[in-house]
Design a protein around this ligand. Structure first.
Ligand code: SF4
Length: 270
């Protein structure tokens, strides 16, 4: 019997109520729309768990397949950033026919999956000890690396990419299982602030200032979106960078769009 994690905490159906001695007064009625966090399947969910009857690991494999279908890159192998990136990479490997290799292994297998630690000091420590490359697998190879998301990008930039280059990698092609993160979690599920997000840093650099309306950058077909992705690619110093399309991510999950919270990417609430 697979482990099933409670889904109640992932559902949003807000209602404002006021409670005093005289009883409960509804101040604002809920929308009646019930949505589940899409990030559960992409990043935070336990692989053996199913949410809304949909298994996490299977979604990640679907997601990797979707990434590979849109990809034309020439590479020698695929690897995933542990833990959730592994399943995305396995899906990518199955679709592309490239071999899956463990180019990066986790130094602390017991380190629990969680959102990013709150202090930079703790983040640096965790980042430093997090991933160890296997030189014998990487040297002289063009590597596709799959991961769930790019939040700040500091882990990739300051540690993972540097370590891979020190091991003599020939090419790094980063494939991300969700679109660029544009907004912090509306429901305080993560500690990221809007200004820390890699996409926001790119927009600020391209515009010369912070801007409120980022709709053109969210539009996956716009030239601004492409420029933003290219800025992030250069900042990370990788050979190519490809994000998952929003619709492909939703198709990989397999639930109706209306049933999924996508606020992190679209900034839209029900
Ligand atoms: S805002 Fe993002 S992390 Fe928060 S519930 Fe929605 S999809 Fe999940």
């Amino acid at each position: 019997m697979p482990l099933r994690t409670a889904t109640a905490i992932t559902h949003w159906c807000w209602e404002k109520i006021f409670i005093d001695k005289s009883g409960v007064t509804i101040k604002e009625k809920g929308s009646g729309i019930n949505q589940t966090c899409s990030f559960l399947w992409i990043y935070t969910g336990f692989p053996a768990s199913s949410y809304e009857g949909v298994n996490t690991e299977v979604v990640r494999e679907n997601s990797g397949r979707a990434l590979a279908k849109r990809d034309k890159v020439n590479a020698d192998l695929v690897c995933g950033i542990p833990d959730s990136g592994i399943a995305h990479a396995i899906g990518y490997a199955m679709e592309s026919g490239l071999p899956y290799r463990r180019a990066l292994v986790k130094y602390t297998p017991g380190y629990g999956r969680s959102y990013t630690p709150p202090s930079q000091e703790t983040r640096d420590l965790v980042a430093k000890m997090k991933l160890i490359p296997i030189q014998e697998i990487i040297k002289g190879k063009r590597v596709v690396i799959c991961d769930d998301s790019i939040v700040r990008g500091t882990q990739f930039k300051n540690y993972t990419i540097k370590k891979l280059k020190e091991c003599g990698v020939k090419g790094i092609h980063l494939r991300i299982a969700c679109p660029p993160l544009m907004f912090p979690c509306k429901f305080n599920f993560s500690t990221r602030s809007i200004h820390e997000l890699a996409a926001r840093k790119a927009i600020k650099a391209l515009e010369g200032k912070d801007i409120k309306d980022v709709s053109e950058y969210i539009d996956e077909n716009s030239s601004k979106h492409k420029k933003m992705v290219e800025w992030i690619r250069k900042d990370l110093d990788v050979d190519s960078l490809q994000y998952q399309k929003l619709d492909d991510m939703i198709e990989a999950i397999g639930l109706q769009k209306e049933k999924l919270c996508q606020y992190c990417w679209t900034g839209k609430q029900p």
